[in-house]
Design a binder for this molecule. Structure first.
Ligand code: G3P
Length: 290
């Protein structure tokens, strides 16, 4: 069962339905699931297709992803399933929109994941204008979060998720948890149409800190959720402190949320690197000649 005082929604970050079943059984609840191309490439069935001679065609990969999302959606009909568009540095907003509108027909409870780049933000503005739900991914800065807020103005509460990747900031010596704190503070006086989904969670300390900060949602790998279940699903005490040993603090910026999304600094090297890795993992499954 869900702990009584748990306000944050808990998602599984993964693309293996067997793992989803295991986590649901261990926790007794689950509020949603996030997928991405790297997680898809780790799916046990997809892995068999990485072998030369057995790769997916460029259309069969979408059939596989669709069947997976439909299986997850049937397991979590009240939850949200994030489905990520294929995008590399050259992908246009129109190409993202085409994928997004198609994904939205797969299941009734999709959030479409788009990269937080200029092209992704342009697509997000159109999609939210059509009443669709999005999850803006590969977020590494407060100004990207402000741009997402501005690009999706007018969307309903719960229609826009923002996914800051904290573990990848830690990887380069910055305290990723500070970014969550800073974005939550920036959004606090806002209309609440963007919900913060803490992602790239690598440890129980990340998980507990995101709970303590009041992240709207946390997505975590099965290893972290199973360890939390094993420990009895503890929630952080009021005096919880996060030990960011050896990590450089990320200072809070004072940013107005009232500008056009194009007026914020959108670029970030980790967004570019993340986009490249997602594209490479997706392409590793595909026979480009087929
Ligand atoms: O939810 C985002 C996540 O899948 C990325 O995690 O560990 O690859 O940075 P990681």
């Amino acid at each position: 069962m869900r702990p009584e005082n748990l306000k944050t929604r808990i998602f599984l970050d993964g693309a293996d339905p067997a793992e989803t079943r295991q986590v649901m059984a261990a926790l007794g609840f689950l509020d949603g699931q996030t997928t991405n191309p790297s997680l898809l490439a780790k799916n046990p069935e997809a892995k068999a297709h990485k072998v030369s001679g057995n790769k997916f065609s460029s259309t069969a990969i979408y059939d596989f992803y669709k069947a997976l999302c439909q299986e997850l959606s049937a397991m979590l009909p009240q939850g949200s399933i994030s489905i990520e568009v294929y995008a590399d540095a050259a992908t246009t907003p129109a190409e993202m929109l085409k994928q997004a509108r198609s994904f939205d027909t797969w299941i009734p409870n999709a959030h479409i994941k788009l990269p937080t780049t200029a092209a992704g933000l342009e697509a997000a503005a159109v999609l939210t204008g059509e009443g669709r739900r999005v999850n803006m991914t590969l977020v590494f800065s407060q100004s990207q979060a402000a741009a997402v807020y501005a690009a999706t103005g007018g969307a309903g509460r719960g229609d826009v998720f923002l996914s800051p990747f904290i573990g990848r900031l830690d990887d380069r010596g910055e305290n990723g948890m500070d970014l969550i704190r800073n974005i939550l503070a920036m959004y606090a006086p806002s209309d609440g149409h963007v919900e913060v989904l803490t992602a790239s969670v690598r440890s129980m300390a990340h998980f507990q800190c995101a709970l303590a900060l009041g992240s709207d949602i946390i997505t975590a790998p099965a290893s972290v959720l199973l360890a939390w279940a094993e420990a009895g699903k503890p929630l952080p005490r009021a005096d919880y402190t996060y030990k960011a040993e050896g990590l450089v603090p990320i200072p809070e910026e004072v940013l107005s949320l009232n500008k056009s999304w194009q007026d914020y600094a959108i670029g970030h090297p980790l967004t570019d690197a993340g986009l490249e890795k997602f594209a490479a993992d997706w392409n590793s499954l595909i026979d480009m000649q087929a």
